[in-house]
Design a protein around this ligand. Structure first.
Ligand code: UN1
Length: 502
């Protein structure tokens, strides 16, 4: 059985703790994948030191050349796409088509970031004085602490690390404890591309990998004065802590947190499309996406008909190990995640008194007994004040609510502390545009599921979903760089702005 290591300063090293944690297949608990280091504060300190040292050189590598590294990263990922996806399914459970999609999102992000090495546009403005020029351009910030979740083990690290690197920063990367193997593969690829592109000028420590817990490694990022920025995707609770401490220490912080995304279906909608969308949005990735559809808001005129269609299709979803052919839904990522799901189902039944129309139990038949499977679950008669309508469950549970107009549907959709993704199915163009205007969310789909954001578009949410930053596309480059303003005076005199001109 393989014992994996951290990458610090270009070297694969054991943790000083000498301790490891197991990584197992959530579809088959007998399948042990490997042991990953439980790192210590000393490991983090060493990695941050290396990143700080590497920053001195990496920031001087021309941005197009930094982009060349990411181009090679994308090429290697493309070449290894199936292998990466297979192993990702094995460690986190979502089906092979989805782990291929996750990898593809990483490849797209690599090529986008590579091309950004030749843009990273600055802005110029005229000077208020004669014979003087004003420029502004982006400069790197320094060392970043990157903390990522287990549900997109490849895509989310790439969203953060590629723009950070192409801007000239260096990073210490702490992946989720449940998906360390994909992180290991990812960092190996980045390091390989660095060595290929930079050759004898290879700089150790541009990317460092530290496995371990949030309590140890994440807290060390917060405490370390040499970590200049932190990018985090995960729970709102942890996000608040990072924002509080980061705020006090004046660290730059980007947060992508929870969601309670809804899909509205109006009575003029194409119901077949809306059905495919909700099945994909609610039960794809076993409901474990930040963008997952966890509320379905049905117009009263189609409510009963749509639910009949939905329950019929849900009963046909095939559960199983995501690397097997024909499987639609994989397991929950872990035993404790499955317990969280089951606790919410009990809340739905007892506390909220909603009506269960599908699932509502562990799936334990035959081979399924080996893993953390849960039946795709649907509650109807859900009202906005119920906990299953308000709280993020992160599992295969869908709460169905009823509305009698567009205004009411949008009001229900907005009745949440979160604001990540949203969707409306309608063939009425006026309703569609009104929904775009009035829905409070970072992402709105018209006639599309709440999941499936594209890598080159701004990704993120409003309200308790984040702190105003976005990932993906051009917007993310504002987080990973500082603006520098430069004034060049070629008048041969000392000109004094605000004094000499008006
Ligand atoms: C997430 O769930 O944290 O938009 C990310 C989507 C994917 C990314 C999801 N492209 O569903």
């Amino acid at each position: 059985m393989e014992y994996f290591k951290n990458l610090i300063n270009g070297e694969w090293k054991d943790s000083k703790s000498g301790k490891y944690s197991e990584n197992r297949n959530p579809a088959d608990k007998e399948d042990l994948i490997g042991y990953f280091p439980s790192s210590t504060p000393e490991d983090v300190e060493e990695a941050v030191k290396a990143a700080k040292e590497a920053f001195k050189k990496w920031r001087l590598i021309p941005a197009p050349k930094r982009g060349d590294v990411l181009k090679i990263v994308g090429d290697i990922m493309l070449q290894k796409k199936d292998e990466i996806a297979f192993e990702m399914t094995r460690e986190m459970g979502k089906v092979f088509a989805e782990t291929k999609g996750d990898t593809q999102e990483g490849i797209d992000t690599a090529y986008y970031a590579a091309s950004e090495g030749r843009r990273l546009f600055g802005l110029n403005a005229p000077s208020e004085l004669p014979n003087k020029m004003n420029l502004s351009f982006r400069v790197p910030i320094g060392v970043g602490g990157i903390i990522t979740p287990w549900n997109f083990p490849m895509a989310i690290p790439t969203w953060k690390i590629f723009p950070a690197l192409v801007c000239g920063n260096t990073v210490v990367f702490k992946p989720a404890e449940l998906t360390p193997k994909t992180a290991n593969t990812f960092v190996k690829i980045v390091d390989q591309a660095m060595r290929e592109v930079l050759g004898k000028d290879y700089i150790p420590g541009v990317i460092n990998l530290i496995h371990g817990s949030g309590r140890v490694v994440g807290e060390c990022f917060l405490a370390n004065k040499d970590i200049d920025f932190i990018s985090f995707t995960g729970s709102t609770e942890v996000g608040r802590r990072i924002n509080e401490v980061g705020g006090r220490e004046l660290k730059r912080v980007s947060l992508e947190l929870g969601g309670k995304n809804a899909q509205i279906v109006m009575d003029d909608a194409n119901l077949e499309l809306a059905l495919d969308a909700v099945l994909w949005g609610a039960f794809g990735t076993t409901g474990q996406r930040c963008t997952a559809t966890s509320r379905l808001i049905l117009h009263k005129n189609i409510h009963d008909k749509f639910l009949k269609m939905l329950t019929e299709r849900v009963s046909k979803l095939k559960l199983g190990y995501g690397n097997n052919k024909g499987v639609d839904v994989g397991p929950c990522v872990s035993e404790s995640q499955r317990e969280t799901v089951n606790n919410y189902v009990q809340i739905g039944l007892k506390e909220d008194k909603a009506t269960l129309i599908a699932g509502g139990d562990y799936a334990k038949d035959g081979e399924l007994a080996k893993g953390w499977f849960y039946k795709p679950t649907i509650f109807k008669d859900v009202t906005p004040e119920m906990r299953i309508a308000k709280e993020e469950i992160f599992g295969p549970v869908l709460s169905v609510l009823k509305c009698s107009s567009l205004e009411e549907g949008v009001a229900i959709l907005n009745n949440t502390v979160y604001g990540l993704s949203s969707s409306i199915f309608t063939n009425n163009v006026n309703d569609a545009f009104m929904a775009v205007r009035d829905i409070q969310a970072g992402i709105t789909y018209i006639n599309g599921a709440t999941i499936g954001a594209e890598a080159h578009m701004p990704f993120g949410g409003v309200k308790a979903t984040g702190n105003g930053h976005r990932e993906g596309g051009w917007t993310v480059y504002d987080f990973y760089s500082e603006w520098k303003a430069v004034y060049i005076d070629y008048s041969g005199k000392l000109q004094r702005a605000q004094i000499d001109n008006y």
